[in-house]
Design a protein around this ligand. Structure first.
Ligand SMILES: *[C@@H]1O[C@H](CO)[C@@H](O)[C@H](O)[C@H]1NC(C)=O
Ligand SMILES: *[C@@H]1O[C@H](CO)[C@@H](O)[C@H](O)[C@H]1NC(C)=O
Length: 280
């Protein structure tokens, strides 16, 4: 108990704050932070391996923030963020540029998060239905829909959450592994072109990826954020998998709308809550 208390305080030092957590640095605030549970949103890498690849590459290899803040942006703001990510109209993943159809430009940090305003987002061409699964999961979490609707972001802006990964495929996706493989497979870009290994600002070492066991389900997740026992973990569960597949494969992404474009899928999705039990 005492050790975890000290760890929590260490995690809230100004250096950790500079790495993407927002807060003022006065003492009282630090003590409050130590008691606040983090919210963790998991992405099912069995169902969205390409989307996971992008998120893992960005967080584990390029040190993009793994804790994001949903600021409930207007769609014009989201549109601007997509453009700075290289994912605006007629992006490289469009049928015209890519030469094949069925792909969307996926970006991290998400256009729905404040961290996207820093620029330098990582993008990847991913199957449309994976992009749809990711967007609908965020929508469910931001607006606290489905089971456990008293939790998540409750439609309130400035809601911070950590991204994490679940599913048996996770450990087979290079940049998601416990020892991340950070070689660019050619599909990791920024607005200016393919991400190179030798970029000047690039830190040398991949992030430390930790496996955590969950209390209720006994499942494990991978995350590169420092999580503590009791931190809340949310999964999106599809009620009727056949219907979900139909919806996601039929969804036409609207680049001028936010995550609310997935509202019609809400009734087929539940958000379930679990919590961190321990590090493995
Ligand atoms: C959200 O955060 C922004 C920027 O940090 C701040 O200006 C705004 O007042 C906050 N809004 C709410 C509702 O907390
Ligand atoms: C699940 O969805 C499919 C496709 O819409 C539908 O045909 C089927 O009846 C649904 N199953 C249940 C148990 O509701």
């Amino acid at each position: 108990m005492k050790a975890s208390w000290i760890l929590a305080l260490v995690a809230a030092t100004p250096m950790a704050l500079a790495l993407g957590q927002e807060s003022s640095a006065d003492g009282a605030d630090l003590v409050t932070r130590a008691a606040v549970k983090k919210r963790v949103l998991t992405f099912d890498c069995d169902r969205m391996p390409e989307v996971c690849h992008n998120m893992c590459f960005a967080t584990n290899c390029k040190h993009k923030p793994k804790q994001l803040t949903w600021d409930k942006p207007r769609s014009s703001v989201e549109g601007k963020r997509r453009r700075t990510a290289g994912c605006g109209s007629n992006n490289r993943c469009s049928q015209k540029k890519l030469g094949k159809k069925g792909f969307n430009c996926d970006e991290y940090p998400f256009a729905s998060s404040k961290q996207a305003d820093r620029g330098g987002q990582i993008n990847r061409c991913v199957p449309e239905r994976e992009n749809s699964r990711q967007g609908s999961a965020l929508n469910q979490f931001y607006h606290s829909r489905g089971k456990y609707r008293a939790t998540g972001c409750k439609s309130k802006k400035n809601c911070s959450f950590t991204v994490a990964f679940k599913g048996s495929k996770t450990k087979t996706i290079g940049p998601c592994k416990k020892t991340p493989n950070c070689k660019n497979d050619g599909n990791q870009w920024t607005k200016t072109g393919p991400v190179r290994r030798d970029e000047i600002e690039e830190p040398q070492q991949p992030a430390t990826v930790v496996e955590y066991k969950l209390r209720r389900s006994g499942d494990t997740i991978l995350a590169s954020d420092d999580l503590q026992p009791g931190d809340l973990v949310y999964h999106i569960v599809e009620r009727n998998a056949t219907l979900a597949e139909e919806q996601h494969s039929g969804h036409v992404f609207n680049e001028f709308a936010g995550v609310e474009q997935y509202d019609y899928m809400n009734d087929n999705m539940d958000m379930e809550e679990d919590e961190i039990l321990e590090r493995i």
